[in-house]
Design a protein around this ligand. Structure first.
Ligand SMILES: C[S@@+](CC[C@H](N)C(=O)[O-])C[C@H]1O[C@@H](n2cnc3c(N)ncnc32)[C@H](O)[C@@H]1O
Length: 269
């Protein structure tokens, strides 16, 4: 619904999808079924095309607790894959919509090209620094990700300045899930809470087309945002569903919202 007021109470029209649900399927098939302009904020951590299955055993974790079956994209297809989903992202975002996309350094080129080709304006190039990386012998240990904050219209987008001096390097630890099932690439909740606090309002519609363990949907639910998510791997989809159901039975509506002097700074540098 292009032109809707940010922050107003809405019941989003998602075409064949219901609001506050997640779907099992391929994002490249599902995204084209969404109506244009129905999403306020898209937050996603797409597959990285770095042969993750081979690498993940290097993490110091109990293998049996790590969910299997993560869907990777072959490196030579990554540019095309990125272009396809980003063009759809641009179509489904409202005119004042924003996108946060995560990228490792090795696929950053394709992600930056995709943003440009899909017509986004990149507002910030954030660095997420976490507390450990995969052990190396002949090179530095990678312990950061890139997060590109991009918008459709640089003169009109949501930005709640909930901190006086929000810097573009975020030091946020990964979470340890002792004894529980975990997915190898799960985002920390505080990281997603931070994105949602700055770039969305209660009642906004949040989409993550590559859900994994479902952190973006789980945090959206906790913070009183509407959400929709897609995940192609059955085991991950079921795990995300379970997390959402657990969240519903012990709701923490509004939990995780960063507070502070709120100021709309649309289009400001
Ligand atoms: C980096 S992980 C996301 C991790 C997530 N942010 C979390 O907190 O757990 C990317 C996910 O995208 C899924 N995926 C890969 N290709 C997909 C596709 N075409 N459609 C939907 N999901 C896909 C993978 O199975 C994986 O779970």
């Amino acid at each position: 619904m292009p032109g809707r007021e940010q922050g107003s109470v809405k019941s989003p029209d998602l075409g064949p999808f219901s609001t506050d649900t997640i779907c099992h399927g391929d994002a490249l098939d599902l995204l084209p079924r969404l109506p244009a302009g129905c999403i306020d904020l898209l937050v996603t951590d797409p597959p990285f095309a770095i042969g993750f299955r081979a690498q993940r055993l290097n993490y110091h974790r109990t293998g049996s607790h790590v969910l299997d079956g993560y869907r990777e994209i072959p490196a030579h297809e990554y540019g095309e894959f990125t272009m396809r989903w980003m063009e759809e992202a641009s179509r489904v975002l409202s005119p004042s919509g924003s996108l946060y996309v995560f990228s490792g350094w090795n696929r950053l080129k394709e992600v930056l090209n995709g943003l440009d080709q899909a017509g986004f304006t990149t507002i910030n190039h954030l660095i997420w620094k976490y507390q450990f990386g995969v052990f190396t012998r002949r090179k530095f240990v990678t312990s950061h990700y890139h997060i590109l904050f991009a918008v459709k219209d640089p003169r009109h987008y949501t930005f709640h300045k909930v901190e006086h001096y929000p810097e573009d390097v975020w030091v946020i630890n990964r979470e340890y899930w002792k004894g529980k099932k975990k997915t190898p690439t799960k985002l920390p909740r505080t990281l997603v809470q931070r994105i949602l606090s700055f770039s969305s309002s209660p009642g906004d519609m949040i989409l993550d087309p590559f859900l994994g363990s479902g952190t973006v949907a789980v945090v959206s639910q906790e913070m009183g945002r509407h959400f929709l998510g897609f995940e192609v791997v059955d085991e991950y989809y079921e795990f995300a569903l379970q997390r959402l159901q657990e969240g519903r039975s012990s709701p923490a509506l509004g939990g995780g919202e960063l507070t502070g002097k709120k100021k709309h700074a649309e289009g400001e540098n």
